[in-house]
Ligand binder design. Structure first.
Ligand SMILES: NC(=O)c1ccc[n+]([C@@H]2O[C@H](COP(=O)([O-])OP(=O)(O)OC[C@H]3O[C@@H](n4cnc5c(N)ncnc54)[C@H](OP(=O)(O)O)[C@@H]3O)[C@@H](O)[C@H]2O)c1
Length: 357
């Protein structure tokens, strides 16, 4: 009798636990099923810029690119992160063909200075990975833009525009320079941002997740416009959805939902090694060359469409972002190093003449 009661209790407890465990296992396998494609691709002789390379999937990507022979330029948000990232990557990969630089996407001036420095000092740039991103409570950038839109979209928009000429110098139709924008799967439910939102003025309450999704949609539409602008010009652009990844991205999510997300991240989400595979694929594969402007996930094109993403709307968004940057006193073109040197020389000469008179 006692044995029978115990086995009923055991069944009541063990059966649901086994079902939950089995379900979690299946979900985990579904989320983490990753394609490893072009796993041997090498990047010798290529110079690749990675934003947000100080942690998360950007840092894993930078390390992998170093191991595969690329010259890697890692942009870091603070000077302390720049130094610690250099130490980490050098000790992990043994590569000294690596440069860590300061660039805070929170400031348009910082992005401009970073690009000017790169263009003046690097011989070539073959690819940019716009990976840095943030998901955090409402705040403003130092230029008065919404922080998530400023960091995730506008900063990368400026960086890409400023570096495009350099990309075009070495890219050609058979071996184009590549731009990879890291987005997220949920951008599909974002909306096209207006000027007020970019400047941090929202109607009603601030929905952090919605703003994040919309900033990523803007980045995806930038991919589309880049593909359109540079078709057959030696630059191709892709958006990559890395899937759910166990990184620090979710650290700013508060409340029970935030805690739930952080727990899920640890237990169920992809590792950064798994998450970077599609980025590596878009940086190396010849199969994607004709698919510029597309979204990739798990090494496959998985393009999405919406009736709201018309050619006109995409162009208007591009114009709004350009106008916004210009309104903050930042140019969308870099000064040529030679011109600047000539000007400085001229100024020196005229000062000398003045003092001789
Ligand atoms: N994790 C996911 O599940 C997931 C899913 C879909 C898409 N993504 C996207 O993947 C990308 C990488 O995110 P992650 O998951 O690796 O998160 P993460 O670990 O938080 O990494 C984000 C990176 O962006 C940098 N960053 C943040 N604000 C910056 C600023 N103002 N200027 C310059 N750099 C800044 C961070 O620098 P610090 O190291 O100094 O903080 C960090 O290196 C993001 O674009 C994210 O939206 C992630």
């Amino acid at each position: 009798m006692l044995e029978g009661t115990l086995s009923v209790y055991a069944f009541i407890v063990i059966f649901p636990l086994a079902v939950i465990g089995g379900l979690l296992f299946l979900i985990r396998n579904y989320i983490r099923s990753t394609e490893y494609c072009d796993a041997d691709a090498r990047f010798d002789g290529k110079t690749i810029v990675v934003t947000g390379g100080s942690s998360g999937l950007g840092r894993t990507l930078a390390a992998e690119l170093c191991k595969r022979g690329a010259r890697v330029i890692v942009a870091c948000r603070t000077k302390a992160r720049r130094d610690s990232t250099a130490y980490f990557l050098r000790s992990k990969t043994g590569s000294f063909n690596l440069r860590t630089m300061f660039m805070d996407l929170n400031s348009l001036d910082s992005v401009f200075d970073f690009c000017q420095d790169l263009v003046d000092t690097e011989e070539r740039i073959d690819a940019i990975v716009n990976n840095a991103g943030t998901l955090e409570p409402q705040d403003k950038t130092s230029d008065g833009l919404d922080k998530m839109i400023g960091v995730n979209y506008i900063g990368h928009f400026l960086l890409t525009n400023l570096l495009c000429d350099k990309l075009l110098k070495h890219g050609n139709a058979s071996s184009p320079a590549r731009i990879v924008n890291v987005v997220c799967g949920s951008f599909r439910s974002g909306h096209i941002l207006n000027m007020d939102e970019m400047e941090g003025k929202f109607e009603g309450s601030y929905n952090k997740r919605n703003v994040y999704r919309s900033s990523k949609l803007a980045l995806h539409l930038m991919t589309k416009e880049l593909a359109h602008k540079y078709v057959e010009e030696g630059v191709v652009a892709y958006s990559v959805d890395p899937g759910y990844v166990n990184t620090g991205l979710y650290r700013h999510l508060e409340g029970p939902f935030g805690k739930f997300n952080q727990t899920c991240a640890k237990a169920l989400y992809r590792t950064t090694e798994e998450a970077i595979q599609t980025i590596l694929y878009c940086l190396s594969s010849k199969d994607v060359l004709k698919l510029s402007g597309s979204l990739f996930k798990d090494c496959r094109m998985c393009d999405v469409r919406s009736s709201a993403w018309t050619e006109n709307n995409i162009k208007d968004l591009w114009t709004r972002a350009s106008d916004l940057i210009l309104s903050k006193g930042i140019k969308l073109e870099l000064g040529a190093a030679d011109e600047e040197e000539e000007e400085a020389e001229k100024a020196d000469n005229s000062e000398q003449q003045d003092s001789e008179q």
